[in-house]
Design a protein around this ligand. Structure first.
Ligand SMILES: *[C@@H]1O[C@H](CO)[C@@H](O)[C@H](O)[C@H]1NC(C)=O
Ligand SMILES: *[C@@H]1O[C@H](CO)[C@@H](O)[C@H](O)[C@H]1NC(C)=O
Ligand SMILES: *[C@@H]1O[C@H](CO)[C@@H](O)[C@H](O)[C@H]1NC(C)=O
Ligand SMILES: *[C@@H]1O[C@H](CO)[C@@H](O)[C@H](O)[C@H]1NC(C)=O
Ligand SMILES: *[C@@H]1O[C@H](CO)[C@@H](O)[C@H](O)[C@H]1NC(C)=O
Ligand SMILES: [Ca+2]
Ligand SMILES: [Ca+2]
Ligand SMILES: [Ca+2]
Length: 734
């Protein structure tokens, strides 16, 4: 990591005398370049300027060149703007301004200069086309992909071009689109298509090719796949966020979807597929309360334990499009799950679009379509039926989730052993808070900002990848569960409210070793005649509030909630110990009767990371944002991961339940093994570093600061005591 900066520095040092030498003589022999005119503007409009060189003999004969240039300009109907830089005898003449002499005719000025006795050479200046030395693609729709590089509204993009410039494009990572199929024969998909990660659960064959349908709208999966991995620079359509990654398809939405199909989809080829992009969910009608059923839940849990050789499959889900129906993603079990990365949408203007849902479990947002006046997402399209292979009309949170999946692929390229929780942590640490009148930003007790509308903020590929590069895996997951608290209490009508609390003591947390929080969830059962009028707020010990149960005007369901789990990420990084309070109130109209809260249960998820360590990580992440670790060969050690059988086909059998349990045990071994591995690798690396320092006697000073810090960081990562991890299937089941 030391060589690139210092060597380029040396290069500069050795070159600079040459540069100085070649410039120097010109500089000393030139007279004071100040022209005899009041400070002229440095240049004129494009196409209106003429460069002229006066005959050299005029100078030798002792004429005042500035005065001659003024005469030339006058004769040609132009205005003298003075000597061009340090070039003696060269002047810039401009058109316009001086009405009395204006010829109006450009060729007139040219002719006058051509025949002028003082002028040795002249040239009308044209605007030179010089593009910045950065990624320039020939894909015809790339210029319209504002979400990748926004020229109209600065900052309203995912800031990915700098990551690409460092040759980070998702190489070695596979993202699977779980949807209505992927047309992998398209020019923009085919070279990046992974048949190994694909499957068709609707027709039960290995080929997820979408089928034509009555409304010509089985194009959804193909559009999502293009956002992730559309091939770059192939003169066709668009460019994907991670155009060096592989993309697979699982066709499952084109037909009746069952719990077991969903379960199979979530674990399909889970040693090939790293990221599962799911742009779908329960009905967004503002009155549904639904999520994964038992098998789907088990598959999500199984995926994070056994997928990606034990580092955990990354499930990215869209927060939902029910905004106009007042829907909220805390009523969507996929968005609410601790195993998923829940992604919402913002429009190009940075505001929450009409369709976007909000909730306390939203992790972050990224771009998508907005109101009618805002641009949508440009991506691949199917070429069947009415499709053309390219579209500029991909919309909704459906379009946001794949962008996040693509960014995660970039992170996994630079650090392949990030666990499913590391990815969530890095999002929380790097997402950007920004202004939106509708956002209710709050900073929690650990310094993380969160809003129900935007999660921790806007995803930024540059920040995510830089943080990923230096990220040491967080300690294993631990959880705490309160007993089921039987209440049978009346839910009071607003402005009165039912207040319930539960104290988590140091003794409670001692067994698991939990110090700081990740997700917090509340599972409750209540009876109510119209549950949409009830509002539930959870307060963490820091005082941070989460609106876990938002009101929904259209939800007039009479069955209340039966063991529904609400979760929040708003207490991320805070101390776990203390008093948790639930406030429930009913904004009912006078005709309905009061409901009853039957029982509830609090579940905390977190780790043994101390409050101070969270702050230290925040500092380290910010320090890594300069790109210095992306430029260098620096890399942290990665454990190899587990050797896990490719997949189990049927998650229903008792056999597979047994292997699920077994995998829980594997996870335990793995985390112990991982600890050991990092300790060993750390020792090795310290030896290597010492060797480097000895080898490089001087001139390596600059690099020592960061090296030491990383060394410390590594040690800290290792310091976790070898407590028995509580990753057992029982603890994780929610
Ligand atoms: C970084 O990698 C490049 C190419 O692999 C190599 O030439 C260079 O010496 C490496 N730099 C360091 C500091 O190891
Ligand atoms: C894209 O292809 C063109 C040739 O068509 C090439 O000049 C250019 O460098 C390529 N750009 C990138 C970023 O690879
Ligand atoms: C965007 O990326 C560039 C590097 O390409 C970086 O310098 C800049 O700080 C990033 N912006 C933000 C807001 O992170
Ligand atoms: C970029 O990365 C790819 C794959 O990792 C590699 O083959 C290629 O040589 C790299 N290009 C540069 C310019 O480093
Ligand atoms: C919880 O602790 C607070 C003080 O921190 C105390 O006032 C309260 O009574 C306790 N509640 C329960 C249910 O023990
Ligand atoms: Ca098929
Ligand atoms: Ca393309
Ligand atoms: Ca919804």
């Amino acid at each position: 990591m030391a060589l690139p900066p210092s060597s380029s520095f040396l290069l500069l040092l050795s070159l600079s005398p040459l540069i100085l030498l070649s410039v120097h003589p010109l500089h000393t022999s030139s007279p004071d370049p100040t022209p005899p005119f009041p400070a002229p503007p440095p240049s004129c409009g494009p196409g209106q300027s003429w460069a002229v060189r006066l005959h050299e003999h005029l100078d030798r004969e002792g004429h005042d060149l500035d005065r001659l240039a003024h005469l030339v300009a006058k004769d040609a109907g132009l205005e003298n703007r003075g000597q061009i830089g340090q070039l003696e005898g060269h002047y810039l003449l401009c058109q316009g301004a001086d009405e009395g002499h204006v010829d109006g005719d450009v060729s007139g000025a040219g002719n006058a200069l051509a025949s002028h006795p003082y002028v040795a050479w002249h040239s009308q200046e044209l605007v030179l086309s010089r593009s910045k030395r950065s990624v320039a693609f020939n894909d015809p729709k790339y210029p319209k992909q504002w979400h990748l590089h926004n020229e109209l509204r600065a900052g309203m993009d995912i800031n990915v071009t700098g990551v690409w410039e460092r040759n980070i494009t998702g190489v070695g990572v596979t993202v699977v689109v779980v949807d209505d199929g992927v047309q992998h024969t398209l020019k923009d998909i085919q070279p990046n298509y992974s048949p190994e990660g694909s499957y068709d659960l609707n027709s039960n064959d290995p080929d997820p090719m979408p089928h034509p349908d009555a409304r010509s709208d089985n194009h959804h999966g193909t559009r999502c796949a293009g956002e992730i991995a559309a091939v770059s620079n192939n003169s066709f359509c668009a460019v994907g966020v991670a155009y060096g990654s592989k993309v697979a398809g699982i066709r499952v939405l084109d037909g009746p979807l069952t719990d077991s199909m969903e379960a199979i989809a979530f674990n399909k080829h889970y040693q090939v597929n790293d990221v599962y992009s799911c742009s779908w969910g329960p009905d967004d009608d503002g009155r549904t309360v639904d999520g994964p059923h038992p098998l789907g839940k088990a598959a999500l849990q199984h995926g994070v334990i056994a997928g990606r050789r034990g580092f955990g499959s990354i499930f990215v889900v869209a927060s939902g499009n029910g905004g106009q129906y007042n829907d909220n993603c805390n009523y969507d079990g996929y968005a609410n799950s601790i195993y998923t990365v829940t992604i919402g949408a913002v429009g190009e203007n940075g505001q929450m679009p009409f369709y976007a849902e909000e909730c306390a479990s939203m992790l972050a947002v990224t771009f998508s379509s907005g109101g009618r006046s805002l641009r949508s997402i440009v991506t691949s399209d199917w070429s069947l039926q009415e499709g053309t292979g390219c579209t500029d009309a991909h919309t909704g949170t459906s379009a946001a989730a794949p962008l996040a999946a693509g960014m995660i692929a970039l992170m996994l390229q630079v650090r392949s052993c990030l666990t499913w929780r590391d990815v969530q942590h890095i999002i929380a640490y790097t997402a950007i808070q920004y202004n939106d009148v509708r956002a209710d930003w709050e900073t929690n007790g650990a310094g993380f900002h969160h809003s129900h509308q935007h999660g921790f903020g806007l995803l930024n590929a540059w920040r995510l990848v830089n943080a990923a590069k230096v990220w040491v895996s967080v300690p294993y997951l631990v959880s705490y569960q309160s007993p089921v608290l039987k209440e049978e209490r009346t839910i009071l009508a607003y402005p009165e409210r039912l207040v319930l609390s539960w104290n988590v003591t140091a003794a409670d947390l001692k067994q698991s070793g939990m110090k700081t929080l990740e997700h917090v969830s509340v599972t409750l059962t209540m009876a109510h005649q119209r549950r949409g009028t009830v509002e539930i707020v959870l307060f963490c010990p820091s005082g941070m509030s989460s609106l876990i149960g938002a009101r929904r005007a259209l939800d007039c369901d009479r069955s209340g909630y039966v063991d529904w789990t609400f979760s929040t990420v708003r207490c991320w990084g805070e101390r776990a110990e203390g008093q948790y309070t639930l406030q429930i109130t009913d904004h009912k109209d006078p005709s309905t009767s009061l409901g009853t809260l039957n029982h509830w249960k609090l579940t905390l998820y977190g780790s043994s990371m101390s409050f101070e360590e969270v702050a230290e990580r925040q500092r380290l992440v910010e320090e890594a944002m300069g790109g210095q670790y992306l430029n260098s060969n620096f890399s942290l050690p990665c454990p190899p991961g587990l050797d896990i059988a490719p997949e189990k086909v049927n998650p229903l059998t008792s056999n597979s339940l047994k292997s699920l349990l077994l995998l829980g045990c594997f996870a335990l071994f793995w985390s112990l093994y991982y600890t050991l591995e990092v300790v060993l690798a750390n020792l090795d690396m310290r030896e290597v570093w010492r060797g480097c320092r000895r080898g490089r006697s001087q001139g390596a000073r600059l690099e020592e600061g960061p090296e030491l810090e990383l060394e410390l960081q590594l040690r800290r990562g290792v310091d976790m005591d070898a407590k028995v991890p509580l990753i057992t299937t029982g603890d994780l089941a929610t």
